[in-house]
Design a protein around this ligand. Structure first.
Ligand code: FPP
Length: 259
């Protein structure tokens, strides 16, 4: 642990089960150093490693990282190519370490659009780590929230067209069951680095009740200290899920009495 690591006592007791992150600011981090944008993405991989490590240490159930959005294809061709190469290298270098640390790696998104080699590395990594019982690490790649809802609706439409499912029987639960990560709790905490305050077509359905945390910190600078600041902010939020504050206080009191 570095000197700047917060003491264990600074880690709040009520941790999120699932954290979702938009890792923004790699390009600016590099440009501020007079380096090419790609240097920021490379430094971003280090920050990914740190956050995965700390989530594993804290026993957080799931971490979902937005690595490449459906819209990122619009970037200059050279940057897209370098990013895809970086994913291949990162998978090749990190997968054994992730496996040894019991991390279960999943990739969500439309990966059929990726080069064959990257698809192969993704399948190998998912297969190797599939039964691991530690942190579930979801990498969102060629992912978009609208894509996710569309593919879910398409599956339901097929069942409706086949006469298996009456349209009236379509419920929120049935839609949820067809979405990526339907077997995980929805993210309790959403973090976006880099100063922008947007969801940017990330998990638009699954973030409906998430606590949102925005930080100016650029992704390569997002270290343990910054992550723990986000956890501390989360721990102070009162999650009401449509109820009143008074109802939540009464519920918490009741739970304490039963314990
Ligand atoms: C956004 O920063 C970042 C990305 C589009 C890529 C994210 C990729 C990584 C962190 C590295 C690899 C990750 C894995 C999981 C292997 P930006 O380029 O939009 O930054 P800017 O807003 O400063 O231009």
């Amino acid at each position: 642990m570095s000197d700047s690591s917060p003491a264990l006592s600074e880690i709040p007791a009520n941790l999120p089960r699932h954290v979702a992150i938009i890792m923004d600011g790699n390009g600016r981090w590099a440009e501020r150093r007079g380096s090419p944008r790609f240097a920021g993405h490379k430094a971003g991989v280090e920050a990914v490693r740190n956050v995965v490590e700390i989530c594993g240490e804290l026993g957080i159930q799931a971490l979902t990282l937005f690595a490449f959005s459906s819209e990122n294809w619009r970037r200059p061709k050279k940057e897209v190519g370098l990013l895809l190469d970086l994913f291949i290298t990162a998978l090749e270098r990190e997968v054994n370490k992730l496996h040894n640390n019991r991390v279960q790696l999943r990739v969500i998104g439309d990966i059929k659009a990726f080069p064959a080699k990257l698809q192969q590395r993704i399948h190998e990594a998912m297969q190797l780590t599939a039964t691991n019982q530690g942190l579930i690490l979801n990498i969102a790649a060629n992912y978009g929230g609208k894509w996710d809802i569309t593919q879910a609706m398409r599956k339901l439409a097929i069942r409706i067209a086949a006469g298996e499912l009456p349209p009236d029987a379509v419920t929120e639960e049935l839609i949820t069951n067809e979405l990526s990560m339907h077997d995980l709790p929805e993210p309790d905490l959403f973090i976006r680095t880099g100063g922008e305050q947007r969801i940017s077509n990330f998990l638009i359905w699954q973030l409906a009740y998430s606590e949102l945390y925005f930080t100016e910190s650029l992704w390569p600078d997002f270290d343990r200290v910054e992550f723990i600041k986000a956890l501390q902010s989360f721990s102070l939020r009162q999650r009401r899920f449509g109820q009143t504050g008074a109802q939540i206080v009464a519920l918490e009191k009741d739970q304490r009495n039963r314990a």
